[in-house]
Ligand binder design. Structure first.
Ligand SMILES: Cc1ncc(COP(=O)(O)O)c(C=O)c1O
Length: 395
């Protein structure tokens, strides 16, 4: 049986991590990692998470099963953070805990199979796992160009064309904030136009919100999602707590579905639970219990919000430092989230690694949390040496 399998390519970022670890040059810089890093280069356990873990250690008295829906108090407490205090669509919203944002995307994809003619519109480039998740759930994926990396601009006409020519009931995957892998988010004006198109063509937004709080803050990062949900009939939201709570390996996420009618809630809820049951039976508890514990406590919530803000400021500070070091990188300070894409050939990314000790994905994707502001000049010098920048050095 297994001799019939073909090998699949390994994740190239894993090879990058190993190569960085093996590099003993003192000035090496790792912009390839996919996770937040602090000023010491660590991906720390957040202070509020430690406090919640301590609390759970002392008070948790059972590990019995919770069921396929997971921790529903976790799902409820996240709602005001994502959707606002009392949104008018609350009655039409149902949620379930999932193993990370990835689990939410997978479960959402399987729910979409309810409409056998629905296809998923995906702007490219996107997070490399998006298309495979939808395809493996046997959904047709229609890709369209979302950005032009040469100009670092949204190709808005292409977005408008894709949405205008979609069929009623088609699903539109949207990055709620902090686009991965480009950092290029729509302006509020563009979001308004997208919202109009969703309504006019009766399309179903599937919003992937994996970095709330790491762009401009919790409220601002949720604004496009809230604006869309206020007016569309139906929507799906895949949420990840793995970045904004620093819980990566704990696999913490939720899928929310907004239905057209309150009467459909029960049906959707039962389908979500049944699909979870056959996929992972029940989601892992620990990470969601941590988030619930934090959100149940005013003190821990304040601690979490303050640390998340520090993380956000640090990333945006690094963006500003790079932009200040070269006018050719000014676009980086206008982008948001952990990532930007410097648009280069694979050969250039390899040369930056081999000759300068600056590591990034072969696609040119950089993680702005992997550097310190003081690294900006070295990064700019290396980019200039490899012919990536045009303007002269800033004095
Ligand atoms: C855009 C985007 N969506 C979803 C995810 C999945 O997040 P999780 O690790 O919670 O599964 C990621 C993770 O990198 C992501 O970048």
């Amino acid at each position: 049986m297994f001799d019939k399998l073909n090998s699949r390519p390994a994740d190239s970022l894993l090879a990058l991590i190993k190569a960085f670890q093996a590099d003993d040059r003192p000035g090496k810089i790792d912009l390839g990692v996919g996770v937040y890093r602090d000023t010491m280069g660590r991906t720390p356990v957040m202070r509020a998470v430690k406090a919640a873990e301590q609390f759970l250690l002392e008070t948790q008295d059972s590990k019995k099963y919770l069921g396929p829906e997971g921790d529903l108090q976790f799902v409820r407490l996240l709602q005001p953070i994502i959707f606002g205090k009392s949104p008018k669509f609350t009655q039409r919203l149902v949620g379930i805990q999932t193993p990370g944002g990835s689990g939410a995307l997978r479960l959402g994809a399987e729910l979409i199979q309810a409409d056998p003619s629905a296809k998923v519109l995906l702007g490219t480039p996107s997070w490399p796992n998006h298309a495979p998740i939808f395809s493996s759930a046997r959904l047709p994926v229609k890709e369209y160009a979302f950005v032009d990396l040469m100009s670092q601009q949204v190709k808005f006409e292409s977005v408008v064309d894709a949405l205008s020519s979609a069929r009623e009931g088609d699903v539109v995957l949207l990055h709620g904030c902090c686009h991965n892998p480009t950092g290029i988010d729509f302006t509020m004006e563009q979001w308004r136009r997208i919202t109009e198109l969703l309504v006019t063509h009766r399309l179903v937004p599937f919003i992937d919100l994996a970095y709330q709080g790491l762009g401009d803050g919790l409220e601002q990062d949720a604004a496009p999602t809230r604006m869309i949900l206020d007016v569309v009939d139906e929507a799906l939201i895949a949420y990840s707590c793995d970045k904004n709570f620093g819980l990566y390996r704990e696999r913490v996420g939720a899928l929310y579905v907004m239905t057209r009618n309150v009467d459909d809630i029960g049906k959707v809820e039962s389908n979500m639970a049944a699909l979870a049951r056959v996929n992972w039976s029940m989601p892992p508890d620990h990470g969601a219990a941590i988030v619930r514990t934090i959100l149940e406590s005013e003190e821990m919530s304040a601690m979490w919000r303050a640390e998340l803000e520090e993380m956000c400021l640090r990333v945006n500070g690094n963006r500003a430092a790079l932009a200040a070091a070269s006018p050719d990188l000014a676009f980086i300070s206008r982008q948001r989230g952990l990532f930007s894409n410097l648009s280069m050939s694979r050969e250039t990314a390899v040369a930056l690694r081999m000759s300068h000790g600056i590591y990034m994905a072969d696609s040119g994707r950089v993680n702005l949390a992997g550097m310190q502001p003081a690294d900006a000049d070295a990064i700019v010098a290396a980019l200039r040496a490899e012919g990536c920048l045009k303007s002269p050095t800033v004095a």
